[in-house]
Each structure stands twice: as C-alpha cells, then as structure tokens.
Design a protein around this ligand. Structure first.
Ligand SMILES: Cc1ncc(COP(=O)(O)O)c(C=O)c1O
Length: 327
C-alpha cells in the first residue's frame, strides 16, 4: 500500500534545481552548555546555492515542473517586501525562462537591500500592496489582465505552500531517511521555522510516507497554531488524495511552538539575538532574525528546560534566509 504511494511520489514531475543532499552536522559546541544535552544536529539548507538561494528551492523544483507541465508563461507570487520565497521564485523564473511578477506587501524600501535589492537586479516587476490581505486580490487582478492578453499565468501562493511546493519537503524527508542510514542514527525530533505551513506539511507527510521516527515541531515565525494547522491541511490534503496515501494528518501530528516568535514577524527577541550571536561566534553559522534565530532560541530553551532526554537525537533544520542579514 505505502510502496504504491512511494512509487507515485517518485514519478511526480520535478525540475532538479537544488544541489542536494545538504549536509547534516553535529553541534558539539552546545554540549558544553548543558551536561544533560541531547545529541543536536543541524540540517544545512542554508548551503543551497551561493549566498541567496535557500530552502525555497526545494519547493520550487515541483512548482516550476508544474508550471512547465501546464504550459505557463508567467508566474505571479507574493510575500512581504523582503520575502525569501518571492525572490527565489523570481530568480528561478529568470533561470528557467519564465516571466515573473511579484506582489509584495509593506513599505517600498528607500534603499534597495536584501531580497528587494536582488529583485531589482533581476529586473522583476513588483507591485507593492499595503497589507497582507491585499495580496491575493492583487494577484488575481494581475492574472486576469494577463489572461485577457492571451497569456498563461500561474498564481503561486505564499511560500509555495500548496500541493506542489509542499512536495519538496516530502522529498526532504526522504533525504533524511537516507542520511539517517548513512549516519547510523534515527532522529527523535526535527525542529524548523514555520510560517506558511508547506515545510511542516511536507515533513509530516514525508515522515509518514518514508517511515521517519522524528516528531516534527514547527517553531512559528508569526502564525498561531490554528492558522498553521489550517495551512498544513490546505497544503497536505490534496497530496493525500493524489498519492493515495494510506493515512491522514491529525491534530497530534501538527505540533506548533509559538512561545519564541516574540511580538511580531521579523522583530528580534532578546533570546533570538543571543541565539544568532552564539551560533555565529561558536560555529560560524549565520541565522536570520525572522526565522532561524527565533527557532534556535526555542531549541536552546527546550534544551535548557530538559524538554529532551539526554539520549534523544534532535535535528534543527536551518531553512536559509541568511540574506536577511543584508537588509
Ligand atoms: C528562511 C525561511 N525559513 C522558514 C520559512 C517557513 O517555511 P514555510 O513558509 O514553508 O512554513 C520561510 C518561509 O518563508 C523562510 O523564508
């Protein structure tokens, strides 16, 4: 039964864009901090591509394969003004010969920096909208205008967290299964920054499809558990049908931690600043303040309060986003 779903998964169209597999490293420097520390490892998706690519490329391997399958000529996507997803979509569109339009909410920066600077260098058309709720109507308006001109646009939702992009993190779980065998261990927990739900949905489905043991915990960057749960279901449910998976996702599968996200999206906390400094100075690992540093601050607090057993093996998934250090 499950083998049939695994075969269906392997047959799905995918463009090979990301240099995979990314390395897993042990964070031995953390063991000095606590004698009862579990084994802690890091998945280096920040190694995907020089400087600016990042983990979004995993999702876009499937998104762009679908765009090609549908004969699309223009991708329209969205995010905040400094969105990693939007910029990576623009970059892949340029590489693969698609037109691209970005609908970004927030103030247009006076000085182009970070992802916004790269979008400018890519010569991408950007439509700035005031708030998050303006994003979908604007994308639909732009898509309708293109259709009227005889073009074939595809709207890629926030974070590519739909039935296509999410497949990238099912494949990532398959990658972990292989790496666990190579390392001769089995992870008990996987912690990662979570926001639009596709990373979490993919890891949960992939865990079940490929038989990982790890509990997946999404360290929220901005969403409530209810919002993230809804996003995970929205992304995962069509895949459950498509792959004829012999399981569903229930509420226990979707573990969301909101205690470390601070007051607002992208605004550092005291603990996330400490996490950034610690990882940079002790391990040369750069963490951004929107996603990874907050997630790591939660990881450190979990270790400190004895959430894990000393025998546990914990994998922190570095999802990239390092370009935010230049914004
Ligand atoms: C660097 C980084 N990490 C994590 C996430 C969260 O992933 P998801 O949106 O799939 O929940 C994002 C999403 O924007 C991101 O850019």
């Amino acid at each position: 039964m499950i083998e049939k779903s695994q075969k269906l998964f392997d047959l799905l169209p995918r463009l090979s864009l990301a240099p995979l597999n990314t390395p897993i490293q042990e964070l031995k420097f953390l063991y000095n901090k606590s004698s009862s520390s579990p084994g802690v490892f890091i998945k280096r998706d920040d190694y995907i591509g020089p400087l600016v690519w990042g983990n979004k490329l995993r999702k876009l391997e499937y998104t762009f394969a679908e765009a090609r399958r549908q004969g699309v000529d223009t991708l329209i996507t969205t995010g905040g003004m400094q969105s990693n997803h939007a910029r990576t979509t623009a970059q892949v569109a340029r590489q693969e010969g698609f037109d691209v339009i970005l609908v970004l909410n927030g103030e247009t920066p006076e000085q182009a920096r970070g992802n916004y600077l790269i979008n400018k260098k890519l010569g991408v058309t950007i439509h700035a909208v005031p708030t998050r709720t303006d994003r979908i109507p604007k994308m639909e308006e732009l898509a309708n205008a293109l259709i009227a001109e005889g073009k074939k646009p595809l709207i890629v939702p926030l974070g590519a967290s739909d039935e296509f992009g999410t497949l990238g993190f099912i494949k990532a779980a398959q990658e972990i299964k292989v790496q666990e065998e190579e390392l001769g261990l089995s992870f008990d927990y996987i912690l990662h920054a979570s926001s639009s739900g596709g990373t979490q949905a993919g890891l949960i489905l992939g865990k079940k499809l490929f038989g990982l043991n790890a509990k997946i915990i999404g360290m929220s960057a901005d969403s409530t558990p209810e919002e993230l749960s809804a996003s995970v279901h929205l992304a995962a449910d069509p895949i459950i049908n498509k792959l004829q998976l012999p399981f569903t996702i229930n509420d226990d599968d979707i573990q969301v931690e909101t205690d470390y996200m601070g007051t607002a999206y992208g605004v550092p906390t005291k603990a996330s600043l400490i996490a950034e400094k610690l990882f940079a100075e002790k391990a040369g690992i750069l963490l951004d303040q929107t996603y990874s540093a907050k997630a790591v601050s939660g990881l450190l607090a979990y270790i400190e309060k004895g959430f894990f057993k000393p025998t546990d093996k914990v994998l922190f998934w570095h999802t990239g986003g390092t370009i935010a250090l230049f914004q």
